[in-house]
Structure formats: structure tokens, C-alpha cells
Design a protein around this ligand. Structure first.
Ligand code: ATP
Ligand SMILES: O=c1ccn([C@@H]2O[C@H](COP(=O)(O)O)[C@@H](O)[C@H]2O)c(=O)[nH]1
Ligand code: MG
Length: 239
């Protein structure tokens, strides 16, 4: 019942002056204060992150599709480092970092935080990790996110998981989650579903065309779903 998309409403902020950008014009000052320097530059003979040749998995799916739940199981079984983009943003808000109130409002509205913010947070976590296998959960949300990540880090994902779940099931799971998230309410969930359909499905389609997508039916118990995930990583981990 929430699948109909009537317009490209103000769901994200882009770096080019499009109509979407105008709709999100409240972000302009916020965005301009973030550095665009590429932190992967080699400094003083140190190795760039790209040269570590990390194994990168993007984990995508609508709100409540079970991304975080399955990431936890992948971590336990295959030893990946789990980076949830939403969690990194929530941590920034809790630490009262600069722009915390814009981030909070964006999340309450189910919209997308500018790429430079999210990519910077993900990049910092990756570069400071000893682990070289990453699960990047809930990112990229938009084509702009995807391009920003690939350009700034000079890296593409090795695998993209897509947890495909019916909307009714996603709504039920989110509303039962009980973790005190500001976006776990019916109004925000409707908006997040719309944003997912308009902005995230094209990213999923892009990786499908590149032969990188593993689409998983996310209906069933958590263990049943993990049994569909396991073979994807078993091949490279020998488990
Ligand atoms: N297969 C499942 N069956 C029933 N409930 C599930 C299943 N997988 C996860 N859940 C529950 O559904 C809720 C949402 O799961 P989870 O947080 O993993 O989703 P998510 O995709 O990370 O969502 P979001 O994008 O909102 O962060 C949680 O309460 C979780 O315990
Ligand atoms: O790359 C991202 C990831 C998340 N957001 C915002 O955070 C919320 C919650 O994300 P979850 O992955 O569901 O935890 C999401 O609805 C967005 O508002 C983002 O802007 N960019
Ligand atoms: Mg999650």
C-alpha cells in the first residue's frame, strides 16, 4: 500500500544544483563546511588504504529487512568488520558533533545525509581497522553515495548483498524493534520505504548489471536466511 511513488520529494541532498538539491537547500551551509580532500592520499611514504586491497561487501535492503541481524551473524562466522552507516550517523548525533541537529532531523524525516559526511565516517572506520574484510551495512543509499565512495576511496565492493523483503514484513519488524530509534515509527517508516524505492533501488540495479549482486529472499527465520548467506562467504573463507 506504500509502493506508489508520486514525486521525487525532498529526500536527499546532492552535490549538483538539481531540483532535489533546491528542496534540500537547508543543507547547503552544512555541506560546504566539510573538506573534500581525499584522505586516502599517500603521505610520508605510508601505504594508501586502497593498497591494502580490502574485501568490501555492501549490505543493502529496505528498513527492517534484516541487514544488521545478518551482518552480526556474518561477523560471528566469517570475522568481518561490521560498519553500519546508520549507526555511525547515530553515534555522531549522540556525541553532539558539528551538524548533529541537521543529522537528527534528516534521520527523523527518513532522508539521506550528504555523501561527504557518511563517506568520511565510513572511511575513518575502515582506515583505522586492523581487519581487512568489511561489511558496509545500509550504504550506499543513493547513486550519489555510491559514486562518492568509489571516487574518494578508489574502490568498489567485491560483493553486494540485497535482502529482499516485502514491505508489510519490513514495517512489522521495524515497529516491533523496540530499540528506541527516532525513525522507528509509522510515519518515518513510510518515508524510508519511499526513499528506498526511489533512491536505493537504482543502486541495487547498478550492481546487478555489474554482476556483483547477491539477492536474498529475506522472509523466514533469521537462521534460515543466514543459511542462504553462508555459501556466499564460504567459498572465499573455506567455511
Ligand atoms: N528473519 C527475521 N524474522 C523476524 N524478525 C527479524 C528477522 N530478521 C531481523 N528481525 C528483526 O527485525 C528487526 C529489524 O531487523 P534489523 O535491525 O536487522 O533490520 P535492518 O535491515 O538493519 O533495518 P534498518 O535499515 O532499519 O536498520 C529487528 O528487531 C530484528 O530482530
Ligand atoms: O548511508 C546512509 C545510511 C543511513 N542514513 C540515514 O540513517 C537512517 C537509518 O539508517 P539505517 O541503515 O536504517 O540504520 C536512514 O533512514 C537515513 O536517514 C543516511 O542518511 N545515509
Ligand atoms: Mg540496521
Amino acid at each position: 500500500m506504500w509502493r506508489r511513488v508520486t514525486s521525487l520529494s525532498p529526500v536527499m541532498s546532492t552535490s549538483k544544483p538539481t531540483s532535489l538539491d533546491q528542496a534540500a537547500s537547508g543543507f547547503k551551509i552544512w555541506r560546504s563546511s566539510f573538506s573534500t580532500e581525499t584522505p586516502t592520499m599517500v603521505k610520508d611514504g605510508t601505504t594508501s588504504f586502497k593498497e591494502r586491497n580490502p574485501f568490501i561487501t555492501f549490505v543493502l535492503g529496505g528498513p527492517g529487512s534484516g541487514k544488521g541481524t545478518q551482518c552480526q551473524k556474518i561477523v560471528e562466522t566469517f570475522g568481518f568488520k561490521h560498519l553500519s552507516a546508520g549507526e555511525l550517523l547515530r553515534r555522531e548525533i549522540e556525541s553532539n558533533s558539528e551538524h548533529w541537529s541537521q543529522m537528527l532531523n534528516t534521520i527523523k524525516e527518513g532522508r539521506i545525509v550528504p555523501s561527504e559526511v557518511t563517506v568520511r565516517l565510513i572511511q575513518q572506520e575502515m582506515e583505522s581497522s586492523d581487519n581487512n574484510k568489511f561489511l558496509i551495512d545500509g550504504f550506499p543509499r543513493t547513486e550519489e553515495n555510491r559514486i562518492a565512495f568509489e571516487q574518494l576511496l578508489g574502490l568498489e565492493p567485491n560483493v553486494v548483498l540485497f535482502f529482499d523483503c516485502p514491505e508489510e514484513e519490513m514495517v512489522k519488524r521495524v515497529l516491533n524493534r523496540n530499540q528506541g530509534r527516532v525513525d522507528d515509527n509509522i510515519d518515518t517508516v513510510k518515508k524510508r520505504l519511499k526513499v528506498f524505492e526511489i533512491l536505493n533501488l537504482p543502486v541495487i540495479d547498478y550492481y546487478s548489471k555489474r554482476g556483483k549482486l547477491c539477492k536474498i529472499n529475506a522472509v523466514g527465520t533469521e537462521d534460515e536466511i543466514f543459511e542462504k548467506v553462508r555459501p556466499i562467504f564460504s567459498a572465499c573463507a573455506g567455511k
